[in-house]
Design a protein around this ligand. Structure first.
Ligand SMILES: [Zn+2]
Length: 429
């Protein structure tokens, strides 16, 4: 999950919005301003409803952010690096890199998010009560009532014991403490996540066919996300377990065949490609320094008529964009850097000089041959904080005028906040 709109740093953690979060904001504002609020508090000017809806949306996003920040702060306190927080379509994500070292740390990092949401829910409930007590406008107390319920829903939904939700992390911590096996616990939590995801998809589908269209669509969307995230997490956990503790030097292809940046594409094909059947050729300049990476894919992309005239330098992936490692680095750390890289290959450098390559076939060969190694797994998987309902949309008949909370919460807390897998995703609100 990439942030497309940066909100700067909070406590050193980069915070951003993915554009998809705007979908939530629009649904929330429209649903509240033209659905919930006018039904619950009739007789006010439209501008009042729109303003209240906008404030609700901003405070909702702030609540989500607080949830994620809580994950981030506690993660850091337990030595887990936090690379960023992103709010997106289905909630929030705190990107964690590293592993909680104990079930207790795992539990605290996961539990503090929902705890924060519950505390916020209590706070907004108090404000609701306060506004009513001093005879404030019903719309204002209704707005805070909505936020109170949405925050509590956020906490409750994300506590469902299904990874990558916070509750899945709590389940993992509990099983880890009980079994003493982090891998087994993580796999069990991920499987629970997948089962829950499929359940939501089925529920969403039933909702759709029974005419509750939008709510059903939202549930199915969340279910789909959970199934995908949980499956990826299970797979990732197993790979991490298999590769844990392995150094890059043990895996890399040594002394790779190199080419010169000024050599032409045609020259490389004649000299090396047809002879060695390799997929990756690092470029090395006259001083022996790494100067870029050429892959078969990049060679094939050159028009055959232009092969004579094209220098390898022109088609190479430039050094800053190529993931690199030193021989003593851990393979799992390099893999994190490689995920999302253009060519899926890394160079191993020693003092700027290339000493090896790590390609997809090196990695799959390693995975296939390491099952006998002692396993001691687990990089923090992704998490996600998800919003249990579509936000704000008026749904037939469940809004009772005069009930200050009817304007909002039942119509749905939008997104979720999440902590993401070490590599990536973590919870969805
Ligand atoms: Zn969370």
């Amino acid at each position: 999950m990439r942030s497309s709109i940066s909100l700067g740093r909070i406590g050193g953690v980069p915070v951003g919005l993915n554009v998809s979060v705007l979908v939530i904001v629009v649904i929330l504002v429209v649903g509240l301003a033209f659905g919930r609020f006018p039904i619950a508090f009739p007789g006010l000017p439209t501008a009042a409803y729109v303003l209240a809806a906008l404030v609700s949306a901003v405070l909702f996003l702030a609540s989500l952010l607080a949830h994620e920040l809580a994950h981030a702060i506690v993660a850091r306190r337990h030595g887990v690096e936090v690379t960023g927080i992103t709010l997106w379509l289905l909630g929030g994500v705190a990107q964690l890199r590293g592993e909680p070292r104990s079930p207790a740390a795992d539990l605290k990092i996961a539990g503090v998010g929902p705890l924060t949401s519950v505390v916020l829910g209590g706070f907004f409930a108090l404000v609701t009560w306060g506004v009513s007590a001093v005879g404030g406008p019903a719309l204002v107390s209704g707005m805070f009532g909505y936020l109170a319920v949405v925050n509590v829903l956020l906490a409750v939904f994300n506590l469902i014991p299904a990874a990558p939700l916070d509750g899945g992390r709590v389940l993992r911590a509990f099983l880890w403490a009980r079994w003493g096996d982090r891998l087994r616990a993580a796999v069990a939590a991920a499987r629970a996540g997948r089962v829950f995801g499929y359940t939501l998809i089925i529920l969403g589908f039933l909702n759709l066919v029974s005419g509750l269209g939008f709510q059903g669509l939202w549930l199915a969307l969340i279910g789909l996300f959970l199934v995908n995230a949980a499956s990826a997490e299970e797979q990732q956990t197993q790979i991490d377990a298999a590769l844990h503790g392995i150094k890059v030097a043990e895996v890399m292809s040594r002394q790779p065949i190199t080419a010169q940046p000024d050599e032409t594409v045609a020259g490389l094909i004649d000299r090396l490609v047809l002879r060695h059947h390799l997929s990756t050729y690092p470029l090395v300049d006259d001083d022996g320094r790494f100067a870029g990476l050429v892959t078969l894919g990049r060679i094939r992309a050159v028009d055959p008529a232009r092969r004579e005239a094209t220098a390898l330098r022109e088609i190479a992936c430039p050094p800053p964009d190529v993931p690199s490692a030193r021989p003593d680095d851990l393979l799992t750390e390099l893999l994190q850097r490689m995920s999302g890289s253009t060519d899926g290959r890394a160079v191993v450098l020693d003092d700027g000089r290339i000493v090896g390559l790590v390609t997809p076939s090196d990695i799959s060969r390693t995975i296939q041959t390491v099952d006998l190694r002692a396993r001691e797994p687990y990089r923090t998987p992704r998490g996600a904080d998800l919003a249990p309902h579509p936000p704000g949309g008026p749904s037939a008949g469940d809004s009772r005028p005069g009930d200050p909370t009817s304007g909002g919460p039942s119509s749905g807390g939008p997104a979720s906040s999440g902590t993401v897998r070490s590599t990536g995703r973590r919870d969805a609100a």
